[in-house]
Design a protein around this ligand. Structure first.
Ligand code: TXE
Length: 696
């Protein structure tokens, strides 16, 4: 068992003991000493884990609220209709385990105390918001937005009222929970249309007949509806269904976000790095706890197969947040010896408000990769997700708030390039970090120059994979397939120019084609599916256009490259994985980023030749080398002009390693300690230890 697991178990034991002690002696008489005594540990150990009594109580209330949230989420997942999901919220809150005498005594003690404690009040507010948000999402599938809002508040109040009446009743028994749930159900049924059949997922329509939900901007820790806002639709690329209508942030929303970010950032930056780290670790834990739901949502929004999103997208985001949570306490300046009469020290300070602008290929991962270092350093972030895939950024925002990130520290302002432009030109924003295409990167950098903002740019690529004659061919083929077909080729660091040594080319190609033919294209929600849909109809046409151009210019299309329209797939943007054999490096498909499932094989004879050709591009994001010769591997990697390189594998991006591009693939680095430099600034302080020497 890892040390972290052991610590988690210890924390849980102490929280369980606190619940037990509070139920027995009440809030005021609960002390660290008493809890330590009941748990059989020293009071110092309790303080080590939770700081002081307030810290322990806050952790205990969070634990109760999270348990309830998880129970509600599980019931909601099992529910098949929106009506059942409303009932799932009611049932979770009025479940016997939330009403027994011990648990209810502790809940009551907390609610009473929340009036006197800002920390407890925050947790209580988040819990209430979560209940409301769950109800609202389900109700919006059944009625108008306004009515859903009204009903959500009423049902939440009924839940609270029934819970209170039942738990305060003289002799409680489990059948009281049943009765309370029946009363709530009866009331809800009088308020709703009876015959509604609809969505199966918490906030997404499953049938075209249900009106898609409308999602407002997330500002200051809550959704801020703006009935006058323009909206855009986000579409499931596998089915063509409208998943949601998203309110576009305008200048007024931006000003509101800036104001809340200013306030939030002050609070956040005043917390110690350790404290920020503790909150961020909770964010990572919540992301993992919600992995399956988030993965489903990501798959619906991006068209990527669930077998990818369940193991990569959310987890990679959580890893990043956990990594920077760990570093937050270690963000320090240094002290400088300046002789006997002076000393110097540096402070590493946040930049203030930073903007994150996301691409559509890894939406939640990008949101995490940008917000984790930004928040660890004490900044506030205003995040603009891509207009094609905005949904999971809102979930990240909800989770941040639930975890205790102060309001305003993470805002979500959706929209297209125009909203992006508003962010990039706003004088109150100190930095912008973009993931996107090279042309957008150039525009963003130019616009940021007006107010001299820091910029981090993660842009496109046309990366080489070099397979030498001595390579393990199966492994090299796996690397090339991963580096071209994962996420249907929509990955910036993909190795789309696969240079294969002439002596092994035929063998490489025949085995590659055999394996490529077996790739299962299909419904992204099917766990068996290995390749899903491309992001949009327009993008699919662009990719098919590149393929046509490859053929027209004389490259040999060895397989795939066709739109797939079997059965229901005709509704989506599916393209079969293509492999080209190209005789030269000047084909358009060899020079331009395609961002689809299109691999091009190029042949080489000598090391010097292949290195020169690999570097002959304006891009420089990634590069891979497959060889058994360790000396050659390092020699070639040292020659390649790329920010992220792999030897005998491809496209693995652990958070501990910097990620970013050379040349036109970008500026700055994400992940690793290196990212801290891009989200903080150094203040130098000179301290005189002797009177000022003055010539006057
Ligand atoms: O990127 P854009 P898109 C590449 C890939 C793809 C192409 C287009 O080749 O086909 O880019 O994708 C916002 N000021 N990559 O259209 O247009 C925009 O709203 C501020 C590589 O998504 O660059 C979105 O949120 N912001 C990439 C983000 O910038 C602006 C991954 C990216 O949009 C803006 C995705 C402006 N003037 C696509 N204009 C990678 N590196 O992984 C647009 N935006």
């Amino acid at each position: 068992m890892s040390r972290r697991d052991q610590e988690d178990i210890r924390r849980k034991q102490l929280i369980d003991t606190t619940i037990h002690v509070m139920a027995q002696v009440g809030f005021n008489a609960t002390t660290l000493g008493l809890i330590a005594k009941h748990a059989g540990v020293s009071a110092g150990l309790v303080a080590h884990y939770f700081g002081d009594k307030d810290g322990l109580l806050e952790a205990t209330l969070r634990s109760l609220a999270s348990r309830l949230s998880r129970a509600a989420a599980a019931r909601m997942r099992a529910a098949k209709t929106p009506r059942e999901r409303v009932q799932a919220v009611v049932d979770a809150n009025l479940a016997p385990e939330e009403m027994d005498s011990q648990t209810s005594a502790v809940w009551l003690a907390f609610w009473g105390q929340a009036i006197h404690s800002d920390r407890l009040k925050r947790v209580q507010r988040i819990y209430q918001l979560r209940v409301l948000s769950n109800l609202r999402h389900a109700l919006r599938q059944m009625t108008t937005g306004e009515e859903a809002e009204r009903l959500a508040v009423i049902i939440a109040a009924i839940i609270d009222g029934l819970w209170l009446r039942t738990t305060l009743a003289a002799a409680w028994s489990p059948s009281d929970s049943e009765a309370a749930r029946r009363i709530a159900a009866g009331f809800i049924d009088t308020q709703l249309p009876m015959s509604f059949e609809g969505p199966t997922m918490s906030h997404l329509p499953a049938t075209a007949s249900a009106a898609p939900p409308r999602i407002a901007n997330w500002i200051g820790g809550a959704y801020r509806p703006n009935p006058a806002a323009e909206t855009f639709a986000t579409i499931n690329p596998a089915t063509g269904e409208v998943l949601a209508e998203i309110e576009i942030a305008d200048a007024a929303q931006l000003e509101a976000a800036i104001a809340s970010a200013k306030t939030g950032q002050k609070i956040w930056a005043r917390m110690t790095g350790m404290e920020r780290g503790r909150v961020l670790r909770r964010v990572a834990d919540l992301l993992r706890a919600n992995n399956d739901d988030l993965a489903r949502l990501e798959t619906q929004d991006t068209g990527k197969p669930i077998q990818e999103t369940e193991v990569v997208d959310v987890i990679s985001g959580a890893d990043c947040i956990e990594y920077f949570a760990g570093l937050a306490g270690g963000i320090t300046g240094e002290s400088v010896d300046l002789g006997p009469n002076a000393m110097g020290y540096t402070r590493r300070e946040p930049l203030g408000i930073v903007a994150g602008i996301g691409a559509w290929n890894y939406p939640i991962q990008i949101a995490c990769w940008k917000s984790a270092p930004a928040l660890a350093c004490g900044n506030a972030m205003i995040f603009k997700p891509s207009e094609l895939t905005p949904l999971t950024a809102f979930k990240l925002a909800e989770i941040m708030t639930e975890a205790g990130v102060p309001d305003g520290v993470f805002n979500v302002l959706p929209g297209d390039g125009r909203t992006g432009s508003l962010l990039v030109t706003h004088p109150a924003i100190a930095k912008v970090s973009l993931t996107g295409s090279v042309p957008t990167g150039k525009k963003v950098m130019a616009a940021a120059a007006e107010t001299l903002k820091h910029v981090t740019l993660e842009l496109g690529g046309k990366s080489p994979i070099i397979v030498f004659a001595d390579a393990d061919i199966e492994s090299a083929i796996s690397g090339a397939m991963l580096g071209n077909f994962y996420s249907a080729g929509e990955v910036c660091s993909n190795g789309t120019r696969v240079f294969v040594h002439r002596s092994i080319k035929d063998k490489f190609i025949s085995r590659l084609l055999e394996r490529t033919a077996k790739i299962k294209i299909g419904d992204p929600m099917d766990p068996e599916t290995q390749m899903g849909a491309l992001i949009s109809d327009a993008h699919m046409r662009k990719v098919l256009g590149f393929i046509e151009r490859g053929v027209a210019e004389g490259a040999t299309l060895l397989c795939g490259g066709k739109r797939v329209t079997d059965g229901a797939l005709a509704q989506g943007n599916f393209v079969s994985p293509a492999v080209f054999d190209a005789t030269g490096d000047d084909f358009t498909i060899v020079r331009e980023e395609i961002f689809g499932p299109v691999m091009t094989i190029l042949t080489f004879d000598t090391e010097a030749d292949v290195v020169a050709r690999a570097n002959d591009t304006e891009f420089g994001l990634g590069a891979g080398v497959f060889t058994q010769d360790i000396t050659r591997a390092h020699r070639v990697i040292a020659e390649l002009q790329a920010g992220t390189c792999w030897i005998n594998t491809y496209n693995i991006t652990p958070i501990e390693l910097p990620f970013g591009g050379y040349k036109q693939s970008g500026l700055g680095r994400e992940n690793s300690r290196a990212a801290l430099d891009h989200y903080s600034q150094i203040k130098s302080v000179y301290v005189a230890l002797a009177p000022v020497e003055s010539p006057y």
